[in-house]
Design a protein around this ligand. Structure first.
Ligand code: UD1
Length: 352
């Protein structure tokens, strides 16, 4: 059996690695890895390959950055000949990035089976590009691997037949479980003992000058009580420069490799973020997470985990932060099947 995996952007790598590792143990499975090149900076891409022990890609489409239409179309045009040449029996796509959607569209038209890992998540917010990618990818996929019960319910509500849905748990947590021991040995590198860890890259937060300005202002307020450590996504760095926003009191870093970032999360007093994956990782680690969004496609992190949605409500951010600093943070638990074995369940389901 020939399985082709498609990755493109940072959050894909930690999802594909565990699946490829387990499938690699089957003698009758041949695997091909295609990198679309949606993320191309070393610290958003290459370093993840080495830390997660992903094999070098068999093909890199080197698509780079552009508008959504341009990027999606370009991936489709460059991916189609690769699939035609390599003739996989099944293509596995991960998460909700433009590379995921583009690959699923190409394969469905070539009548090649598609498996979607991390299916069924819904924010119900159609202004979010990832939500469009999720809905269409799930509609096209033949096998839908879900991380939690809410995802199964969303898919059933959309009329996806139950026999296509397979709940396997959270595959990203497999990578976390595997590499946490290494993260715990990371040196502190001069970072403060107690700090708030911040990440920010959602277009709705960073592309608009007023909203980015107000978020940074509230982070400057936070920094009066707690040092703010902020590895900055390239999109956000560009916007901060473009809008001329002063971030002097914040501890800005370059985007970090997987293990170093995991170490920072695990030692943080609180994480303030608009990322999807980080809401899940903090829930697993039991670290308080304040999410700068008014909705989430990962509601289990709120109902069971440590996540609190604060949107852009700065008063709420402050009151939640005060609770955490007083030692009254929300206590969470780890959702079912977030146990480090989701990759095995996926491999078992894929293997004929
Ligand atoms: C993408 C995903 C998002 C994911 C995020 C993680 C989509 C729609 N969005 O958003 O779901 O959470 O990745 O980072 O697929 N850039 C670089 N170097 C790179 C890549 C990008 O400098 O290696 C800059 C470019 O200026 C680019 C901008 O970052 O225009 C945004 O990159 P893009 O891949 O379009 O989307 P992300 O915001 O990273």
């Amino acid at each position: 059996m020939h399985i082709l995996h498609v990755v493109g952007a940072r959050p894909n790598f930690m999802k594909a690695a565990p699946v490829m590792r387990v499938l690699g143990k089957w003698a009758d499975v041949r695997q091909t890895l295609v990198h679309t090149g949606q993320h191309y900076d070393n610290n958003l891409s290459d370093v993840f390959f080495s830390q997660l022990s992903l094999p070098a890609p068999d093909a890199n489409l080197e698509v780079g950055s552009g508008s959504h239409a341009w990027q999606t179309a370009e991936i489709m045009m460059r991916f189609e000949p690769v699939v035609l040449e390599r003739k996989p029996d099944l293509v596995v796509v991960y998460g909700d990035v433009n590379s995921t959607l583009a690959a699923a569209l190409v394969c469905s038209k070539l009548l090649i089976r598609v498996a979607h890992v991390e299916a069924g998540l819904r924010s119900f917010d159609h202004t979010m590009p990832e939500e469009i990618n999720r809905i269409i990818t799930d509609r096209l996929a033949d096998v839908l691997f879900t991380p939690s019960e809410d995802a199964d319910i969303n898919l059933q509500r959309e009329g996806i037949p139950a026999n296509k849905i397979c709940r396997v748990g959270n595959v990203m947590i497999d990578s976390l479980v595997q590499l946490l021991p290494l993260a715990m040995q990371c040196p502190r590198n001069g970072l403060p003992e107690r700090y708030a860890l911040v990440t920010l890259h959602r277009p709705s937060n960073v592309d608009d000058s007023a909203s980015l300005r107000s978020i940074i202002k509230s982070l400057l307020d936070v920094s009066k009580q707690l040092e703010v450590v902020f590895p900055v996504h390239p999109r956000t760095r560009q916007r901060i420069a473009q809008f001329g926003i002063n971030t002097e009191k914040l501890h800005l870093l370059e985007p970090l490799p997987y293990i170093e970032f995991l170490a920072l999360q695990n030692r943080a007093a609180v994480v303030i973020t608009d990322s999807g994956g980080i809401q899940e990782e903090t829930t697993y680690l039991g670290i308080p997470c304040l999410t700068l969004r008014s909705n989430t496609e990962r509601p289990v992190t709120v109902s069971m985990g440590t996540n609190v949605l604060v949107g852009q409500d700065l008063a709420l951010l402050n009151s939640e932060l005060a609770k955490i600093l007083e030692g009254k943070a929300k206590i969470g638990s780890i959702p079912p099947l977030w146990d480090g074995h989701a990759g095995e369940r996926i491999a078992d389901a894929l293997h004929p």
